[in-house]
Design a protein around this ligand. Structure first.
Ligand SMILES: [Zn+2]
Length: 365
């Protein structure tokens, strides 16, 4: 792990981030982009080249100047795993430094599985995915889970519908089993990181639960207890059906009831009402939809929610909100989870939206 620690200083991360962002760049351009001195850049680039993270990409011939050596990232110099634990299974992806998916694995879990058993299965799944990858080249595992949870401690709280998971310290315990850093976060936070987008956007996830991940002002929002995003538990009808959280008439309960009744159009309209509330509260300009319910009828959700926003927002021409469906489909949350691990390497704060990755055949579940 010594190598990884050495790579994680602020200036090195800034240089790596600038190289990744530019694709190909020279030391002169890196100095301009980062504000570091030519000498500092030269030292950092030398170390990154020794570590195998950066290589020469050829020469640029600026008019009137001397040729400059171009540098680029070596995407497969390091790896991250993104894993998505949902109520009925796990999807895990092996992702390179560009956010491209190089491998995937999945498993199903039953409703009564204990946290200990989940940890055993997760560790096996990740070990299998990492077979053939040198452990020193693995940055860590991002683990996305349903909330509520404590992201800083890596501990699940009372996950709706899975009371047996309360208090499970999945983050630290998986880390101990694998001997790798593990970053635990909400499925919705991982989802919002699964593709680059507007600095003011939400990822709305309708699957076996409903939640929203938020990026505002370009930063992921987690709230005081890192539990922001319980979007599905806004009460829309206090006389409505009982929600798994215990309250009556939560948006999640209403949407799931509509889906159970075979009325996805009704679920889409209800979801649209909740999203209109969210847009009015936060002034978002992009909403990305994900989760199995949405992916079963993506156009239906996109068009009905877009139409509903047009009706609900007082000035829709001014408050234009782009509504789309997650490009990575069912892999979105796992892909975003890998971004939790990649982010610090590139100096993007806590997390990073990977480059859009092509879908991998047979990888969704
Ligand atoms: Zn609820």
């Amino acid at each position: 792990m010594a190598n990884l620690t050495a790579l994680r200083d602020h200036n090195t991360a800034a240089v790596l981030g600038a190289i990744r962002g530019a694709g190909e760049t020279s030391q002169v351009e890196l100095a301009a982009a980062t504000g570091l001195t030519a000498q500092a850049i030269s030292k950092i680039v030398k170390r990154l080249a020794e570590e195998g993270l950066v290589t020469r990409a050829g020469q640029a011939l600026p008019t009137g100047g001397k040729p400059r050596t171009l540098l680029r990232l070596v995407p497969q110099a390091r790896w991250a795993v993104g894993a998505h634990l949902h109520r009925s299974g796990v999807t895990a992806l092996l992702v390179d430094l560009d956010g491209r998916v190089a491998g995937s694995a999945a498993l199903a879990i039953g409703p009564d599985i204990t946290p200990d058993h989940i940890l055993d299965r997760l560790a096996e799944l990740v070990d299998g995915l990492l077979a053939g990858v040198e452990r020193e080249r693995v940055l860590g595992v991002g683990l996305a889970c349903p909330g509520p949870l404590d992201q800083r401690a890596g501990v699940l709280h009372r996950v709706t519908g899975r009371p047996g998971w309360a208090g499970a310290a999945l983050g630290p315990e998986l880390g101990a089993r694998l001997g790798l850093p593990v970053a635990l976060d909400k499925n919705t936070t991982a989802g919002v990181l699964s593709q680059p987008g507007s600095p003011d956007r939400a990822f709305v996830y309708l699957d076996d639960g409903l939640g929203a991940g938020l990026v505002l002002g370009g930063r992921v929002q987690r709230g005081a207890r890192t539990n922001a995003g319980e979007f599905g538990h806004q009460v829309l009808d206090p006389r409505g059906p009982r929600c798994a959280c215990g309250n009556l008439g939560c948006l999640e309960a209403l949407c799931l009831a509509a889906l159970d009744a075979g009325a996805p159009d009704r679920a889409a309209d209800l979801l649209g009402e909740g999203i209109a509330n969210l847009v009015r509260l936060l002034d978002l300009d992009e909403v990305v939809l994900g989760g199995r319910a949405v992916l079963a009828a993506p156009e239906l959700y996109r068009t009905r929610i877009t139409a509903l926003l047009g009706e609900r927002l007082p000035d829709p021409d001014w408050q234009q909100v782009a509504v789309s469906v997650a490009g990575a489909g069912r892999q979105a949350v796992a892909l975003g989870a890998a971004g939790l691990v990649l982010g610090p390497l590139f100096g993007t704060g806590e997390a990073l939206s990977p480059a859009p990755a092509p879908p991998v055949a047979g990888a969704d579940m």
